[in-house]
Write a protein that binds this ligand. Structure first.
Ligand SMILES: [Fe+2]
Length: 282
């Protein structure tokens, strides 16, 4: 980390769920955050945030107008927080960033199991098969993808293996990797999943850019939480089968959101290597 600022501060927000007729104004949020940060600074000596992380559910129903509201909020927050530009804002999609109308429009249906359908993009409910392909499936994220393009000036992946992003900050000694835990989430399915190939591709891109990235703290950002540890009746948490791959890939920290409960990894037996933290609400 750079000598002039040995402490790196990350402001982690999640599930901001912005709507068209938002009852909590951008001004109110900005004022509350500014006051909170000033208090943290004076009472606990916490430096102002270097990074703003928003771990998904940017909108309530993933329509264009809600993304306009989200853009305005983030634009205001980055100024308030002295995060100098959108390059230090790290965000990922959540289940509320999937447009259900678009999702329902991209599936074919039938009573007979389709022969050549991608098993990951096929679902059977009450004897009816639903299936689609990757290009059509990506449309459920189109408003998010438009917003992403506007914010960063680059495209969010269409095919599943490309739905990630990498934000390396070698001078700060860390790297954020945004993963899509909505890989197979749509209007029919709610289980959080991260595609293994996307984790691999993210690592590949990082290694290509920084062959000697071993000294950097790798921070994974995704949306769905790990509350299957405490709330096993829930079926929309993150499928934990990806965690081993993340540990093997050298991630030291994960930030997520969704059900807004603290998930310190103390029950996870590989905590020594990996700490997963969700946003918290009291
Ligand atoms: Fe969520």
């Amino acid at each position: 980390m750079c000598d002039s600022n040995p402490i790196i501060t990350i402001l982690h927000l999640s599930d901001i769920h912005r709507t068209n007729d938002e009852p909590v104004s951008i001004a109110n949020i900005s004022t509350a955050l500014r006051n909170d940060l000033q208090r943290q600074q004076s009472e606990e000596g916490l430096p102002r945030p270097d990074f703003l992380v928003i771990s998904g559910d940017l909108t309530q129903s993933a329509v264009e107008e809600e993304y306009e509201e989200t853009f305005n909020l983030i634009d205001q927050l980055k100024d308030e927080l002295t995060v100098p530009d959108f390059g230090r804002v790290i965000l990922v999609p959540g289940n509320h960033d999937i447009n259900w109308d678009m999702s329902s429009g991209v599936f074919s249906t039938g009573r007979k199991k389709p022969k050549d359908a991608d098993p990951a993009l096929m679902h059977c409910q009450d004897g009816i098969f639903f299936w689609t392909d990757q290009d059509r499936y990506a449309k459920r994220l189109q408003p998010f993808r438009d917003f992403y393009q506007r914010l960063y000036g680059r495209e969010y992946g269409t095919v599943r293996k490309d739905q990630f992003d990498v934000w390396p900050f070698p001078d700060d000694g860390l790297c954020f990797v945004g993963l899509n835990s909505c890989d197979q989430v749509d209007h029919l399915r709610s289980k959080g999943k991260i595609y293994e190939e996307a984790v691999y591709q993210a690592d590949k891109r990082l290694r290509k850019k920084f062959p000697d990235a071993t000294g950097m703290l790798k921070i994974a950002i995704w949306h769905h939480d790990l509350n299957w540890l405490a709330r096993q009746e829930l079926n929309d948490c993150l499928d934990p089968s990806i965690l081993g791959q993340l540990v093997d890939a050298g991630y030291g920290l994960a930030l997520c959101g969704h059900t807004m409960a603290l998930t310190l990894g103390k029950k996870i037996n590989f905590l020594t290597f990996f700490l997963a933290m969700s946003t918290v609400s009291w």
